[in-house]
Design a protein around this ligand. Structure first.
Ligand code: PMP
Length: 292
């Protein structure tokens, strides 16, 4: 993956993909002092680009550092890089991290670096998997208490338990894992938020200890625009059998129906279909973007 053609934007410059390197003594590598974003471009335009760039800044603020490029500069670099890469539909990954100037835990003066990579990353799940609904394991780890970790930042350190949980699920033949929060309430998947449907209404956990996804917020708006009630509330795992449908939301996952969570079964139906269709329509560029 580090040897592809094309360019990566790094600290204000476009560098060849294979040359976008960092030193092994990078603070971000040792202590996870890094924050990132995940975005998708559709038809040549990045969906909710500015919201993502703002969240990158906010994540950095929560982590106690400041990215030396404004939201507008990051937006501009993402747009330019998308054109240079020549993609209309692609995945966009900005990241910011503390550099290698010193390696103590305390490194307030280390340079803050910022990079953006764009590549073609089709849906996490194949179209067949999506329509049938994916299978989720129950993760062993729980989302941390907000007093234990900066749970509202899209911070690299929070993904340690996600990778462990996703690997464990995949080793058992599942696509992903559903994580509970520290209280034992349903939280989210390892890289996507979760929704349930029952009697024409949507239910989703209150985002009080995990990322309040941009896709989650979009889907809530789309559902309410259709007149569908959305309850943001505590959901206990004991309730899972009472729901008819379930789906995940995320910039990468988009809207992905779920058929199983451990022993619980769901039947992707009208609600999954409506939200899939509404989201697919919402992400299309609002005005035609010229192909180059
Ligand atoms: N939770 C986690 C842990 C994630 O990694 C993501 C993906 N960024 C989400 C939720 C969904 O967020 P968004 O809709 O903003 O992509």
């Amino acid at each position: 993956f580090d040897q592809l053609d094309g360019f990566i934007w790094m600290n204000g410059e476009f560098v060849n993909w294979a040359e976008a390197k960092i030193h092994v003594l990078t603070h971000g590598l040792h202590y996870a002092s890094a924050v990132f974003e995940g975005e998708r471009a559709y038809g040549g335009e990045i969906f909710k680009l500015t919201e993502h760039s703002e969240r990158l800044h906010e994540s950095a603020r929560i982590m106690g550092f400041s990215i030396p490029y404004s939201v507008a500069e990051i937006d501009d670099a993402c747009r330019k890089l998308l054109k240079m890469q020549g993609f209309r539909d692609a995945y966009v990954r900005p990241i910011a991290w503390r550099g290698s100037d010193s390696l103590g835990v305390s490194a307030p003066n280390n340079r803050i670096n910022c990079a953006i990579a764009i590549w073609q990353w089709p849906s996490y799940f194949s179209p067949e998997q999506k329509l049938k609904g994916i299978r989720l394991d129950l993760a062993e780890y729980r989302r941390p208490d907000p007093r234990t970790a900066p749970s509202h930042a899209k911070a690299s350190g929070l993904y340690m338990i996600c990778t462990i949980s996703k690997h464990a699920a995949e080793a058992k033949g599942y696509s992903d894992a559903m994580m509970l929060d520290w209280r034992g309430q349903v939280a989210e998947a390892t890289g996507a938020n979760i929704f349930f449907a029952k009697e024409g209404r949507l239910h989703t956990p209150k985002a009080d200890c995990f990322l309040n996804g941009i896709t989650r917020k979009t889907v809530i708006e789309l559902a309410r625009a259709r007149g569908i009630e959305v309850a943001e509330r505590a959901i206990m795992p004991e309730e899972l059998d009472s729901f008819e449908e379930c789906f995940l939301t995320g910039s990468a996952a988009e809207v992905t129906p779920v058929a199983e969570i451990g022993p619980h079964r769901f039947q992707p139906g009208a609600m999954c279909k409506s939200m899939l269709e509404d989201y697919a329509a919402a992400v299309q560029p609002k005005h035609a973007v010229a192909a180059e």
